[in-house]
Design a protein around this ligand. Structure first.
Ligand SMILES: C[S@@+](CC[C@H](N)C(=O)[O-])C[C@H]1O[C@@H](n2cnc3c(N)ncnc32)[C@H](O)[C@@H]1O
Length: 232
């Protein structure tokens, strides 16, 4: 059962993502949709030799990081997003880029979408896991992700932590629009607990700040972006 805070955040996120997915085009935009992230581009050569390649992209949006691996490799990419419009646009993009036969889109929540054991060579969750409903769901999903990776497969997690937001015009503190907002050291501790025995490929914490539209105001957001790429 959701509380009012989660409902508020999900409604607001739905409005802002619907706007960007309507207004901007994948790979030809000035926004964050302009290209796949560097970390994903770096991972692709590490797995491209594998057979029967299966990839899962949790909170995939319109396919910024799912279309690219499908273009580069013989693979099947399962893509999950809570928004119908994201999955509709993802499939439009998959057709436009000639990879529709490699992309499966699912409208579902990350927390509900089941991950079978030993089933994926790569699981991506880019700016997505902080949107599960609470910290327990976050931990449980990490465990499911860990168990869902095949031997020598790779996980790529990019998660906002310690997010603060304030009204850009007045400086007033705002409620961060993230269902899960974990202090950075604790986030690192949870990731280490779950993936501790894996080989770390990339582990960074990068402070970022930017302005982001929130309904009728602009929020100034600060965050520590935690990246973990590990191999089983
Ligand atoms: C910041 S966007 C990132 C999209 C994509 N990962 C990328 O890097 O381009 C976050 C995405 O997560 C989706 N999302 C938010 N909460 C979700 C949830 N609980 N389950 C599934 N998707 C969710 C949003 O609809 C949105 O498309």
């Amino acid at each position: 059962m959701f509380d009012a805070r989660i409902d508020r955040i999900r409604e607001s996120e739905k409005r802002s993502h619907t706007k960007i997915y309507t207004d901007e085009s994948l790979y030809s935009s000035d926004s964050w949709l302009r290209k796949p992230i560097k970390t994903v581009r770096e991972i692709v050569p590490l797995i491209s030799h594998r057979e029967d390649l299966r990839i899962l992209d949790l909170g995939c949006g319109v396919g910024r990081n799912s279309i690219f691996p499908a273009q580069e490799m013989d693979c099947c990419v399962d893509c999950v997003d809570i928004l119908d419009i994201a999955i509709d646009k993802l499939m439009d993009n998959a057709r436009e880029y000639g990879v529709a036969d490699k992309i499966n889109g699912f409208v579902d929540t990350i927390e509900h979408y089941p991950i079978s054991k030993d089933s994926y060579d790569l699981i991506l969750a880019v700016s997505a896991l902080e949107h599960v409903e609470d910290e327990d769901a976050f931990r449980n999903k990490l465990l499911e992700i860990r168990d869902g990776i095949k031997d020598k497969g790779i996980v790529c997690l990019i998660v906002n932590s310690e997010v603060k937001e304030k009204d850009n015009a007045t400086g007033e503190e705002l409620e961060p629009q993230f269902e899960v907002n974990i202090p950075t050291p604790k986030m690192q501790e949870i990731i280490a607990e779950v993936f501790g025995y894996w080989a770390a490929i990339k582990e960074t914490v990068v402070p970022q700040e930017y302005d982001i539209p929130r309904d009728d105001i602009v929020s100034h957001l600060t965050t520590n972006v935690v990246t973990y790429v590990g191999q089983k």
